[in-house]
Ligand binder design. Structure first.
Ligand code: PLP
Length: 434
């Protein structure tokens, strides 16, 4: 089969995510990936600066993870998880709970970030239900993104992305996310206003089942960063009113914010946490929803009535678990956090240069993530930065995927200093060209 024919088969047979096929150009065919680099069918290389939708924390095709999957596949590839269990699941559950806040003790498996959130919502709802209380409203933040299933979309309905489906959504109370950036002078005031509003809501509204937040940074909503202190105060308020706090760490988990998790970085203890994306090191779809024993114990009873009636065909797939254990092992090396700190340091040096550019604003850094807004193109998903700048990045071998008017970098942690420097240089040139 020749190369051009294989790309035609893409348009003939495949429906891509988040794509308007009538106007989009043909996708790039990737044939291999190694560490930070992806190679296309024409022999071009791309520096994967977004870890391929934020999953490849250790870079592509890491041999240690590949080997762990292969080894597991020869032993046990899959088994029903109702009434059965296996070592990879137990090993992963015990390893992950050891590095999370001590209250998080029970691990529920599913397959992706959206289902991890869906599970968290259902657990929160049923937690109250099992206590003979009906609470149907969730608190979420404007511009939040929690996934594409209907429940997760409800939580994200503060943004314009899901307006088509709005009649299907359940009740959400939205609050502003206290985004901040270099040179932001009124952040404290912004935070206080938001915290007061949330506290009032929790005080007067008996229908709140839980509050869900992307801690420290909202991903798809535009890489909006908030401060540690906000997370701490928010957590205190939710606890004060005995409500449930859910952290969606699908993106922030596994080193992204500079430490293993946003909850460990902020020293806060959510009641439920959702993990996916970096969990398997980007090799396989798997996710975890982890709760406290306090919540879990509410699902116990002498018959099935209080049980959590939820499960997926591939719950706790052994290959996904093996990949996750291997990925966690890689995090045991001190070197990796040194690399993470170094990425942050490099971002900070580059940001000083960016501060001088008039075409951009709101420069911000959280761990390995650097982001800024391009001025003059509006806000949100529909703000389109010029195609020619995206083209310029690709032609120079950078894989970047701006969110509306927001340009960001979120590289695999194995990125070399010289690769980062090259990326900064091309981005700077690109910004100067328009
Ligand atoms: C990506 C993402 C999700 C959804 O995960 P999928 O695996 O794409 O379903 C949920 N929450 C956050 C914060 C995310 O970044």
């Amino acid at each position: 089969m020749n190369k051009s024919k294989s790309i035609k088969n893409d348009s003939k047979y495949i429906w891509h995510p988040f794509t308007q096929h009538k106007i989009s150009s043909l996708p790039i065919k990737i044939v291999s990936g190694k560490m930070t680099k992806l190679k296309d069918d024409k022999g071009n290389f791309y520096l994967d600066l977004i870890s391929s939708w934020w999953v490849n924390v250790h870079g592509h095709s890491h041999p240690y993870i590949a080997k762990a999957i292969y080894k597991q596949s020869k032993k046990l590839e899959q088994v029903i998880f109702g009434g059965f269990t296996h070592d990879p699941a137990m090993d992963l559950a015990s390893s992950i709970t050891k590095i999370l806040p001590v209250n998080l003790q029970k691990v529920f498996f599913s397959d992706n970030g959206s289902t991890a959130v869906e599970v968290a919502l259902k657990i929160a709802y049923q937690y109250w239900f099992n206590k003979n209380k009906k609470k149907k409203t969730f608190i979420a933040f404007k511009n939040a993104y929690h996934g594409d299933t209907v429940g997760a979309m409800s939580l994200g309905s503060g943004s314009e992305l899901f307006s088509v489906f709005k009649d299907l959504f359940f009740k959400i109370k939205f609050f502003d996310y206290p985004s901040t950036w270099y040179g932001d002078l009124n952040i404290k005031e912004k935070e206080n206003i938001i915290l007061n509003k949330i506290e009032n809501e929790l005080k007067k509204n008996n229908d709140i089942a839980a509050l869900i937040i992307e801690p420290l940074i909202q991903g798809s909503g535009g890489m909006n960063i908030c401060r540690n202190t906000f997370m701490q105060k928010l957590s205190r308020i939710v606890k004060k009113y005995n409500n449930l706090l859910i952290y969606d760490e699908v993106m922030t988990g596994f080193g992204r914010t500079g430490e293993m998790f946003a909850c460990t970085k902020t020293k806060t203890k959510p009641d439920i946490i959702c993990l996916s994306k970096g969990l398997t090191g980007g090799f396989l779809p798997l996710s975890l929803t982890i709760t406290s024993n306090k919540i879990y114990n509410n699902f116990l009873g002498d018959n099935f009535d209080k049980a959590f009636a939820h499960g997926h065909s591939f719950t706790a797939n052994p290959l996904g678990c093996a990949a996750s254990i291997a990925s966690l092992n890689l995090f045991k090396s001190k070197k990796i956090f040194k690399k993470i700190k170094n990425i942050e340091k490099q971002h900070k040096i580059f940001s000083k240069k960016l501060l001088k550019l008039k075409s951009i604003e709101k420069i911000r850094i959280c761990g390995t993530i650097l982001a800024f807004n391009m001025k003059g193109y509006g806000d949100g998903y529909k703000a389109l930065i010029p195609k020619k700048i995206k083209k310029f990045f690709l032609e120079n071998g950078l894989l970047l995927r701006p969110l509306g008017n927001v340009i960001y970098i979120m590289p695999p942690y194995c990125i070399l200093k010289k690769e980062l420097k090259y990326a900064y240089k091309i981005i700077y040139e690109g910004l100067n060209k328009i």
